[in-house]
Design a protein around this ligand. Structure first.
Ligand code: CA2
Length: 147
């Protein structure tokens, strides 16, 4: 069975509690439940995690090798700063989709730069929580077409 890991970075544990104008009212637990339903419908196994710590995210990416067929990564603010996350993705042979709730290109200029886009299969941003379901479909399609 295809297995996909969804990883969430710093502050995403606060979703639904602050800045609803930017990030919506949906909590991370709501998103996880929605992803589990979607994964069931698609017939895939799902891993779901969140950490506020860069090194812990690096460890999760390393641990995905041999266990998961694809990674969906909302790296939060580390997207715009982290060479370590980019190197971690490059060092495991697991395709990654970069995901953001907000349209980072319509926001502050420092959010326009991503250290991880260059090592991603593709990027989904601006669709809010729905982006997670879109990313699951996109990853499954990518895995099916890349054999
Ligand atoms: O749009 C996204 O998904 C982001 O990855 C979210 C990050 C931000 O740094 C990226 O530029 C874009 C921030 C997540 C912060 O989440 C919060 C949730 C509730 C309240 C405060 C922050």
């Amino acid at each position: 069975m295809t297995a996909i890991l969804i990883l969430n970075g710093p502050n995403l544990n606060l979703l639904g509690t602050r800045q609803p104008d930017v990030y919506g009212h949906t909590t991370l637990a709501d998103i996880e439940a929605m992803c589990r339903n979607k994964a069931k419908a698609l017939g895939i196994e799902l891993g779901f995690g969140q950490s506020n710590h860069e090194g812990a995210l690096v460890d999760e990416i390393h641990g995905a090798r041999g266990r998961f067929d694809g990674i969906i990564l909302n790296a939060g603010a580390y997207t715009h700063t982290s060479v370590a996350l980019r190197d971690a993705i490059s060092s495991v042979d697991v395709p990654m989709i970069e995901l953001h709730l907000s349209n980072v290109h319509a926001r502050e200029e420092f959010r326009h730069k991503s250290f991880i886009s260059a090592v991603a299969v593709g990027v989904i941003c601006g669709f809010g929580a729905r982006g997670y379901a879109l990313a699951l479909e996109a990853m499954l399609g990518h895995l099916e077409s890349s054999g």
